[in-house]
Ligand binder design. Sequence first.
Ligand SMILES: [Zn+2]
Ligand SMILES: [Zn+2]
Ligand SMILES: [Zn+2]
Length: 356
Amino acid sequence: MKKRPQKGTKNDKMDDPVPTQNKFQPLSDHEDSDIDDQNSEAELMEDDEEVEQSDNVKTEKPPPIIMHAKYDYKEIITFCKEHTKAGVNIKYTKDKTIIFANEINDFKNLKKELQSVEKTQWHTYATKDERTHGFVIYGLQNRPDEEEVKEDLIKKNINCKTVYKMKNTNTPLYVVITDNKTTLNEVQEKVRTVQQVVVNWKKLINKKEIIQCHKCQSWGHSAANCFAKTKCLKCAGQHLTSECKLRKDNEADQQKIKCANCGERHLANSTECPTYQSRRAHLEKTRLAASEKRGNKNKKFVPAPSPTTNPWTQKEKPEQKQSGSPRQTEPAPATQTQTDEINTSDFMELAKELRN
Ligand SMILES: [Zn+2]
Ligand SMILES: [Zn+2]
Ligand SMILES: [Zn+2]
């Protein structure tokens, strides 16, 4: 066995404090045909990532790591071997390389090591213990501060991570992010009032049905686990949306709107976007097939929430549903199933960004 590649080793990094370039070279087109992928679970197509992700919850396998390019087999395998104990499996798709770690600690280590590899673009998903639940509090007409609400919830023994006020709503709504063990029943029972005001609780649901990364604007993963290039929601430029110079009230700026996914003139989170629509159609098909395979059990699929507002629209018309999705029109009931797992971190981050 070859001891170590010429590049991409940990020691190289230490010896060479000035990283010069990508340690993995993407494959050229002709090199990929002789890779024999024997991994049975790697039948996953890249567009089925969400489905695979939901299955992971059940089996507690580490989430896949999706590299946004094709990388040389030897280099990537050597890198992975070096940073894992139980090894990995690799799956190549049309333009990506997917790494499957066998153990959660290996996954965490790879994630850490990959972050220090220059110019590498990739994303992954939250592990089970990183997942959170989201709820909405109705009824707080007294409009307390977010911190006051949080304090009250913690006093009432809710494992509350964050509270924030929703923007552009007619009545004050507070989003509460908890750990993934907290249930709707629990919050309803433990917290009937906040600051002596009677409240109602609902689950936070995602109207868009597919999560969108607000860092790179791709659909299907969240920013918390994204290590791809930053792209602006408004103009597709390489900056955070919150740093965009385009202004809503400027006619000329309106002409400069560009979708980071398809290049057309709309915001990257538009449901009109052909990229979104084809992804959604594909996902719909995949989910249907998967649910049929499971004997129609466990039909509900609750993806992580994506923003319900964007920086330039006051408020989306309530429930402007796309056609043909009857099984997703209602939030999941309060039963504790694997589909309760949602990752709300990108929602939170977007809210944070837009607040400024
Ligand atoms: Zn991303
Ligand atoms: Zn911009
Ligand atoms: Zn588009």
